[in-house]
Design a protein around this ligand. Structure first.
Ligand SMILES: Cc1ncc(COP(=O)(O)O)c(C=O)c1O
Length: 418
């Protein structure tokens, strides 16, 4: 028998020789369907982004209407377009710091790289940037360098210079770094809740402590809100959830709920003053699709739904229900721990349990969760999910664990999905 051929499509974050893909063809609310007609609960909002749920014709119509009016036109130099301006106004008003302006990109990694450049530009003479382990900031070279996950940088070096990493909640190590290099540190970059690095909320007081250290040493605080932004934690921003005012905020994902690729940076007063105060400076960065009008139209429509349907508040309801369910599994000893905040949650597994095998077993029962490494299974559902489907995610996880224990790690599908 000959091995199946690999497809033309080379998949991100997959073994290049992989051939077994699950083809998703349709979505509605918190559900998606595969090409065999099986329905799944999308317990990850795709990849941490689909807050308003799938199949929103209102967003599709906004994008189509914009494409019919003006398909695209760039923002470089003196050009602008109405959807980009309107989205920037809206985001500046929502920003967790006063007087912000908005720089637009096509996604989160570009946002992170842009923030890195803006921080260094705003702090001339300082080039050091501090990030944390574990953390995830994306895949461009700047974002790969900032990311605190060693496997993601294997084999692709050399990376960007002058980036130093410290443990995620380790204020002492960060203070020591500032004591030694304070004059050279331009910025510290942190996710409010570490997402793809394993779902770790900050230790109490950690982010405010980080803010104080930055203030004491003249460094900027960059919050990477690519997952936490737009309601995931029950507030518009993680900054508000943890009572900290950042200088720069990176965003992407739920700004459009994924209906179009879009990201950006909220640029606070300190950075603005440095940039706007230099009459010689030209901001020589930006992307062909910075401010793409169709993407901005999607953002305006997705954020209108987020506001109108009270999805920021709903994140707390969804998160509390999910958290309680996962806590109960931990209390019963089925998993080693449950962690998370708002509507982003995870379980940490016991040695011998395998996150990928569990995810696959859950797929067979019609729930799409996400393995992180081998010892974490993450949940980040659309904020419109029914509570019955939240419960189902927890039941299916529990069932998959029980099945994998009794089958010695090899899954024996019992339901074949729905
Ligand atoms: C916190 C964070 N920053 C940056 C990124 C990179 O975003 P993108 O994949 O859109 O480049 C991600 C993606 O998951 C993320 O979670």
């Amino acid at each position: 028998m000959t091995a199946p051929a690999v497809p033309a499509l080379l998949h991100p974050f997959a073994r290049p020789a992989r051939t077994d893909y699950l083809r998703i063809v349709r979505g509605s609310g918190a559900h998606v369907w595969d090409d065999a007609g099986r329905r799944y609960v999308d317990a990850m909002a795709s990849l941490w982004y689909c807050n308003v749920g799938h199949g929103r014709t209102e967003i599709a119509d906004a994008v189509a209407g914009q494409l019919r009016t003006l398909d695209a036109f760039h923002l470089f130099e003196r050009f602008t377009n109405p959807p980009a301006e309107a989205l920037a106004e809206l985001l500046a008003g929502l920003a967790p710091m006063p007087g912000a302006r908005v720089f637009l990109t096509s996604g989160g990694s570009e946002a992170v790289d842009s923030a890195l450049k803006l921080a260094r530009l705003a702090r001339p003479g300082r080039t050091l940037v501090v990030s944390r382990t574990p953390s995830y900031h994306g895949v461009t070279y700047g974002a790969t360098t900032l990311t605190g996950l060693p496997p993601n940088r294997a084999g692709v070096g050399p990376l960007v210079g002058d980036v130093v990493q410290v443990g995620k909640d380790d204020l002492e190590a960060t203070a020591a770094l500032f004591a030694e290099h304070g004059e050279r540190i331009a910025a510290v970059v942190a996710e409010p809740v570490v997402g793809a690095g394993g779902v770790h909320p900050p230790a109490p007081g950690y982010l405010t402590g980080l803010r104080e250290l930055c203030d004491r040493h003249g460094a900027l605080l960059v919050l990477d809100e690519v997952i936490c932004g737009f309601g995931r934690l029950g507030t518009w921003w993680g900054a508000q959830r943890y009572g900290v005012t950042p200088d720069l905020v990176t965003f992407a994902k739920a700004v459009t709920s994924g209906y179009q690729p879009l990201g950006g940076v909220l640029v606070g007063a300190r950075v603005r003053a440095a940039l706007e105060g230099d009459p010689e400076l030209v901001l020589r960065t930006g992307h062909t699709y910075s401010g793409h009008p169709a993407a901005c139209a999607a953002g305006l429509a997705a954020l209108a739904i987020t506001e109108r349907e009270g999805l920021v508040e709903r994140a707390t309801v969804v998160g509390d229900r999910l958290g309680a369910g996962l806590d109960a599994l931990a209390a019963d000893g089925l998993v080693a721990e449950a962690r998370g905040d708002g509507a982003v949650r995870a379980v940490g597994l016991h040695p011998g349990q395998d996150a990928v095998a569990l995810r696959d077993a859950m797929l067979a029962d019609g729930v799409i969760a996400r393995p992180i490494g081998t010892s974490t299974v993450a949940f980040c559902p659309p904020l419109v999910i029914d509570l019955a489907d939240v419960d189902r995610c927890v039941e299916v996880l529990a069932g998959a664990i029980a099945r994998l224990v009794t089958s010695g790690g090899r899954d024996v599908p019992v339901m074949g999905g729905r």
